[in-house]
Design a protein around this ligand. Structure first.
Ligand SMILES: C[S@@+](CC[C@H](N)C(=O)[O-])C[C@H]1O[C@@H](n2cnc3c(N)ncnc32)[C@H](O)[C@@H]1O
Length: 215
């Protein structure tokens, strides 16, 4: 199957070649149930659903968790995309379209739901800080997680700990962004290294950017 990550005229964390590299990881494992932590404007969510629908027909699930504008727990040290503050676009046409015509915040649950409308019966979007909401979710059947939400040491440790509690020894995939030098966040790297060392887990580094953990 040819993999073609589309931007849907929105902002994405996976620009250029990175979107297709992400889709290749999905294609390697062929999951049915995918969790994305950190949905942002929903572009990776939409591409994931496009992929899952092609490979599984109607038999797939996507769960996306993001602050979606809600308050963070007690962590004010997250590295949020600066774009979220006032939705600035370098493309003036996008600025007019989204900020003046649609007046739409692309990192809102409404906007992402609209982008995923075609898959409404397969998706679930959750607004909240993963430090609070992740432990309330049933993660037992998640095959593939894209961990790309809060980037502080404490949040990454929280998210990995909760995921691993449910997924331990099940050979499921946790793909973490911002580990390698192509998109490096020191706190993320340290949290992933400490977590995998403590739990004796191997790390597979993808293209000097993603860290992949098999549970
Ligand atoms: C880098 S962006 C995600 C990019 C997205 N995965 C993509 O491929 O386009 C990080 C997102 O994580 C969200 N986020 C930050 N801290 C969070 C937290 N503690 N809990 C839930 N979401 C969080 C932000 O609101 C932001 O939308």
């Amino acid at each position: 199957m040819s993999l073609n990550y589309k931007s849907y005229w929105r902002k994405t964390g996976l620009k250029g070649k990175w979107g297709n590299i992400f889709l290749e990881r999905l294609s390697t494992y062929n999951p049915k149930k995918v969790l994305e932590i950190g949905v942002f404007c929903g572009v990776t969510a939409r591409n994931t659903c496009d992929f899952l629908s092609k490979t599984n027909g109607k038999n797939f699930n996507y769960i996306g968790v993001d602050l979606f504008g809600s308050d963070q727990n007690e962590h004010k040290d997250e590295i949020e995309p600066t774009f979220l503050k006032d939705q600035k676009f370098s493309n003036p046409l996008k600025n007019i379209y989204y900020n003046y015509i649609l007046k739409e915040n692309l990192n809102s649950i409404n906007s992402v739901s609209k982008l995923l409308k075609k898959y409404s019966s397969n998706i679930r979007l959750i607004a909240g800080d993963t430090n609070r909401v992740l432990k309330e979710l049933d993660l037992q059947n998640i095959d593939f997680t894209f961990l790309d939400g809060g980037h502080s040491y404490q949040t990454v440790i929280n998210d990995l700990t909760i995921l691993y509690d449910s997924l331990k020894d099940k050979k499921k995939v946790i793909l973490c962004d911002d580990y390698g030098k192509e998109s490096y966040i020191p706190e993320v790297e340290k949290a992933i290294n400490d977590f995998t060392k403590k739990n004796n887990l191997k790390l597979n580094i993808i293209e000097n950017r993603f860290a992949e953990i098999i549970t």
